[in-house]
Design a protein around this ligand. Structure first.
Ligand code: ADP
Ligand code: MG
Length: 238
């Protein structure tokens, strides 16, 4: 089954066409990486899928349902940003439970989900701390936890590791990969980092100028780039 379907989506900021009749099919359970240089429209596309931006034309389907005009909260997606976007005045536990309380989830169900999330992301010892008492890597774990605790169908990541140092980046990369193997749900992951893309992706969509240039398995793109731009960006052998 297709999990996320983008059909002829265009997005204009004023007279600038940032996404150009873009199409994308993401099968259920796939780890898809959107890879491309800064300004090519990766975040814009992710925000359209999340419902944080309205498309100018085209349609978006999640699990076969047309969500083009649905509120973000009704799309069954969880989003993790580059900056952690945690509530600074709340504890980690408060951050994890806030959305669930608002959605009317029962108290014992909230406790169950927090326990499971803490176990998966190993943040149990951090639950009573405030975000200011966490390292960057720990904050990003909690940000992932906030999506996990909501039991969403689709995870959307927008450069979640780019604020971290190299060591933490590679550690969290492994953890995100493990998370995907364990949950087996759909993940769409935006990055401009080729190594991140090559190590995480089932398939990579290489973007430039609001258009997907090539969509394929990492090795296939690396070995058989369709044009010079893709070859140059992936560092494929000449
Ligand atoms: P990426 O995430 O690939 O770096 P973005 O999706 O953030 O790229 O941006 C794509 C293009 O759209 C860029 O040229 C950017 O300057 C432009 N853009 C992004 N947001 C806005 C906005 N709110 N208003 C006008 N232009 C924007
Ligand atoms: Mg971006």
């Amino acid at each position: 089954m297709t999990s996320v379907l983008v059909r002829d989506v265009s997005l204009n900021f004023g007279t600038v066409e940032v996404l150009k009749a873009l199409n994308l099919d993401v099968p259920e359970g796939e780890f898809l990486v959107l890879l491309g240089p800064s300004g090519c429209g990766k975040s814009t596309l992710l925000n359209c899928i999340a419902g944080l931006l309205d498309v100018s034309a085209g349609q978006i389907f999640i699990k076969n349902k047309n969500v083009t005009w649905e509120e973000p909260k009704d799309r069954g997606i969880g989003m993790v940003f580059q900056s952690y976007a945690l509530y600074p005045q709340m504890t980690v536990k408060g951050n994890l439970s806030f959305g669930l309380k608002n959605a009317g989830v029962a108290k014992d169900e909230i406790e169950k989900r927090i326990a499971r999330t803490s176990e998966i992301l190993q943040i149990g010892p951090l639950l009573e701390r405030k975000p200011s008492q966490l390292s960057g890597g720990q904050r990003q774990r909690v940000a992932i936890g906030r999506a996990l605790v909501r039991d969403v169908d689709v995870f959307l990541f927008d450069e979640p590791l780019s604020n971290l140092d190299a060591k933490l980046r590679s550690e969290l990369r492994v953890e995100i990969k493990r998370l995907h193997q364990r949950l087996a749900n759909t993940m769409i992951y935006v990055t401009h980092d080729q190594i991140e893309a090559m190590t995480l992706a089932d398939r990579i969509a290489v973007m430039k100028g609001g258009v997907i240039q090539q969509l394929d398995a990492p090795q296939a793109i690396y070995n058989r780039p369709v044009n010079r731009f893709v070859a140059g960006f992936l560092g494929s052998p000449a």
